[in-house]
Design a protein around this ligand. Structure first.
Ligand SMILES: C[S@@+](CC[C@H](N)C(=O)[O-])C[C@H]1O[C@@H](n2cnc3c(N)ncnc32)[C@H](O)[C@@H]1O
Length: 286
């Protein structure tokens, strides 16, 4: 595939459903692509199976708003690798996107190497786990899981926790810090609202927010709280500087943050290499 100045493959229109995304999403795609390349090339000889799980797959391609540019979405980026994963599990709620994804993926990947699971991913963790090979000491497996939701309400912490308990898995998570948490702060702090409770897997966050609200914005608070919850599951988290903010350029405003969670220092090192490789815009406002 031809590469453009964003170092992402540029695609010609295949006539199938291709949702529009904002230009800042290219930054996210570059981070995903960079990380996956480092991860698969470094890990392929160390494990019997490398598995890719995409909790929010989309249709496989995206059109950049206001530009004549079509790029691969996360599932196709994960397939555009010199050293591919051995198995791909794609989850997507929208039936239409699943149908299109099926066409796009089956054109480049053997059907035995991928599975598309349609429905709310939070209801489908057992179906995901059923797709995993039987791992053992002599049949080892390392899983990479991309968590790329539209909003906080799409993903429950419980879903991530279950996968983390059952699998040896690293997560790359988009945390909708400002584009959702900060924007909808007034609604979310209502005690009857459960969106943030579910996203953080915890009802106690309001007490902590009461203390931190004097020094912190709500988007950053949710981001940091989520990362601390991942640390409780055993993932390396040293501080917010490890996250990658993705900015709305013209407003110099971080819309959301990407963060890699691995229990191994190597994953953490790959993430730092990927962040440097992507060379995100210099930030102004966390
Ligand atoms: C931000 S888009 C993901 C885009 C994709 N990762 C890409 O790179 O193009 C979020 C996707 O998740 C789907 N979605 C939202 N909530 C979901 C849920 N609870 N379970 C499964 N899919 C969901 C939406 O239909 C949408 O396609």
């Amino acid at each position: 595939m031809e590469k453009n100045s964003f170092e992402l493959p540029v695609l010609t229109d295949d006539g199938l459903l291709t949702p529009e995304i904002k230009p800042h999403s290219l930054e996210k795609y570059r981070a995903i692509s960079y990380y996956l390349k480092i991860f698969t090339t470094s890990m392929k000889s160390k494990w019997n199976h490398l598995i890719y799980i995409d909790l929010f797959s989309g249709s496989g391609r995206s059109k950049i708003e206001g530009q004549d540019l079509i790029v691969p979405g996360s599932p196709l980026l994960a397939l555009d690798l010199e050293d591919r994963f051995d198995k791909y599990v794609f989850c997507e709620e929208d039936q239409w996107k699943c149908d299109v994804l099926e066409k796009r993926v089956s054109a480049i990947c053997d059907s035995k190497n991928f599975k598309i699971i349609q429905g709310d991913v939070n209801q489908n963790v057992q179906s995901i786990l059923r797709e995993m090979p039987q791992f053992s000491k002599s049949n080892t497996g390392l899983t990479f899981c991309l968590v790329d939701p539209y909003s906080l309400s799409n993903i429950r912490f419980e879903t991530i926790k279950l996968l983390a308990e059952k699998l040896r898995v690293d997560f790359l998570v988009l945390i909708p810090s400002n584009m959702d948490a900060r924007r909808n702060q007034d609604a979310y702090i209502d005690p009857d609202e459960t969106t943030v409770d579910n996203f953080l897997g915890d009802k106690n966050w309001r007490d902590v927010w009461e203390i931190k609200r004097k020094t912190m914005k709500f988007g950053v608070f949710v981001l940091e709280y989520f990362c601390e919850k991942m640390k409780e599951l055993g993932y390396v988290y040293k501080g917010m500087d490890d996250t990658m903010p993705v900015y709305l350029k013209e407003k110099n405003f971080a819309l959301y943050h990407l963060m890699l969670f691995s229990k191994h220092p190597l994953g953490y090192r790959f993430w730092n290499d990927a962040k440097k490789g992507v060379n995100p815009q210099i930030g102004f406002d966390f």
